[in-house]
Design a protein around this ligand. Structure first.
Ligand code: PLP
Length: 375
């Protein structure tokens, strides 16, 4: 044996952090309790029932009837990749609305799948108008239009009303990132004509990271069935995964069953609360935050009309060291907030109020701590 035995590690002793950054958020204790149940076989009839329940619950929170609505094993990026991997064939024109960091990630992924990727761009913090999207469709005639509904890097909410109708007019699929909106911001996938969407477990749903809700309309499914080429990503190929999540329930991969117990519990909590009440809670607590920030003399980066209730970007005042303030919040108050990402690094802080963490007591605590941490 050449490798020395590691010195005995200490048991995990986590600091009691309050996660008010861009995610993950703290998980609801009921979710954590569900996750600590014993694992079960991934083809056990009981587990298959849990999978069915998750599909029904996800359809509710997304407001869709799409039969193929599942949780992909992996974080939000896995769901993101699954949407593109299944419908983008080499040479397909993919039009991406880039208004922040995650739009760029969509561009990167779509390019890797051979898409002929075109970009519409907006300054970080702004969103596209319907007219701009129509113009983009007219110019590029894409097979897929990809938009980020809740851009976590900027705190902006891209409205989707009317976009699905435009996509039908131009015969293209509408692909939406709902990572920072699902559970916290009103979403009506079917009414809005969304064909593909993905999300994550660790934000509005109040679960730890590790799963990525995914849904696909019949239009998107038809495009998948009419591909000339095989989906190049085996793990995320919906032709295969649909045979595990539906009949004939064939083994595909060993499902992370404990994560799915947690997701089921998280979604059940939303049903108990009522989806609209849950959206309203996010809105009310965000408004409490925005008022408190204004009282501290701080400005939000995004106009009220397009500001996300789940993620607020706050402008760092001139002469203030953004990192010093967030470090102080973490060290002295055990509160995590996020720094700016990409173009907004050093310019904004990012404050998340998502899922279990969207509560008035957290807002008050943060505002008090922020008051003390500011120079
Ligand atoms: N899309 C958006 C808008 C995100 O905010 C994130 C992560 O925060 C992702 C995609 C990627 O998700 P994950 O980090 O869970 O892989």
């Amino acid at each position: 044996m050449n490798i020395a035995t590691p010195t005995h590690p200490q048991p995990l002793n986590l600091p009691p952090r309050l996660l008010l950054g861009p995610g993950p958020s703290n998980a609801n204790p009921r979710v954590l309790a569900a996750m600590s149940l014993p694992p079960i076989g991934h083809l056990d009839p009981f587990y298959l029932q849990v999978m069915d329940e998750i599909q029904t619950l996800l359809r509710y929170v997304w407001q869709t009837q799409n039969p193929l609505t599942i949780s992909v094993s992996g974080t939000g990026s896995a769901g993101m990749e699954a949407t593109l991997a299944n419908v983008v064939e080499p040479g397909d024109v993919v039009l991406v609305g880039v208004m922040g960091y995650f739009g760029h990630r969509l561009v990167d992924m779509a390019t890797r799948y051979g898409g002929d990727v075109r970009q519409l761009t907006k300054p970080w913090g702004q969103v596209f108008s319907l007219e701009e999207l129509k113009q983009g469709l007219e110019t590029h005639r894409p097979a897929v239009l990809a938009l980020v509904n809740a851009e976590t890097s900027t705190g902006a909410r891209q409205p989707l009303e009317g976009v699905g109708e435009l996509c039908r007019e131009y015969n293209c699929l509408l692909l939406i990132d709902t990572v920072t909106s699902l559970g916290g911001v009103p979403l009506y996938l079917d009414d809005w004509g969304v064909d593909l969407a993905y999300s994550c477990s660790q934000k509005g749903l109040g679960c730890p990271p590790g799963l990525s809700p995914f849904t696909m309309s019949s239009r998107a499914w038809d495009k998948l069935q009419n591909r000339k080429t095989t989906v190049t990503n085996w793990y995320l190929d919906m032709n295969l995964l649909s045979r595990y999540w539906g009949e004939p329930r064939t083994y595909h991969h060993t499902a992370p069953c404990n994560m799915n117990y947690g997701l089921r519990e998280a979604l059940t909590l939303i049903v108990e609360e009522g989806l609209e009440n849950c959206w309203q809670r996010h809105r009310t607590n965000a408004e409490l935050l925005w008022e408190g920030l204004a009282d501290l003399g701080l400005n939000c980066h995004v106009d009220l009309e397009f500001r996300l209730p789940t993620l607020t970007t706050v402008r760092v005042p001139d002469g203030v060291d953004a990192k010093a303030v967030s470090s102080k919040l973490l060290k002295e108050y055990n509160i995590e907030i996020g720094g700016g990402l990409g173009e907004l690094a050093g310019i904004v802080w990012r404050i998340g109020l998502m899922g279990y963490n969207s509560r008035p007591e957290n807002v008050i605590l943060l505002l008090e701590a922020l008051k003390k941490a500011l120079p």
